[in-house]
Design a binder for this molecule. Structure first.
Ligand code: AMP
Ligand code: ZN
Length: 114
């Protein structure tokens, strides 16, 4: 996936402010934060959206949730609370076609979202 911006971030071709990295996933600050804490967690391999997640990939998705819990702790929003959002497809508001999970916190978030 040559032109995928998140694949380029994984490769280091586009800079990012990393908050977490291991062999499977990367966590980095969102460039246009919706709250004081806004981190994106992505698998390092290119998966377009939840629709393309295979049974083998499901291990990575559960790993992303474990990692997100640790990132929330590290960024001191575990106790105050946070939201994890995964947008899928056009109506879901997915702009970047490489699956990603938003960790948003640091302020009181309204519900339901627009
Ligand atoms: P979504 O609408 O769920 O696809 O979210 C895409 C997110 O990626 C948005 O919150 C953008 O601000 C964020 N984003 C786009 N380009 C970059 C980038 N180069 N570095 C960090 N975040 C980015
Ligand atoms: Zn990609």
């Amino acid at each position: 996936m040559e032109e995928c911006i998140f694949c380029k971030i994984v490769k280091g071709d586009i800079p990012s402010k990393k908050v977490y990295e291991d062999d499977m996933v990367l966590g980095f600050e969102d460039i246009n934060p919706a709250a004081p804490v806004h981190v994106l967690v992505i698998p390092k391999n290119h998966i377009k959206s939840l629709n393309e997640v295979s049974d083998e990939d499901s291990k990575i998705i559960s790993h992303i949730f474990s990692v997100s819990k640790e990132i929330a702790k590290k960024l001191n929003i575990s106790e105050s609370g946070y939201r994890i959002v995964m947008n899928c497809g056009e109506d879901g508001g997915q702009e970047v076609p490489h699956i990603h999970f938003h960790i948003i916190g640091g302020r009181n978030l309204s519900w339901p979202p627009g």
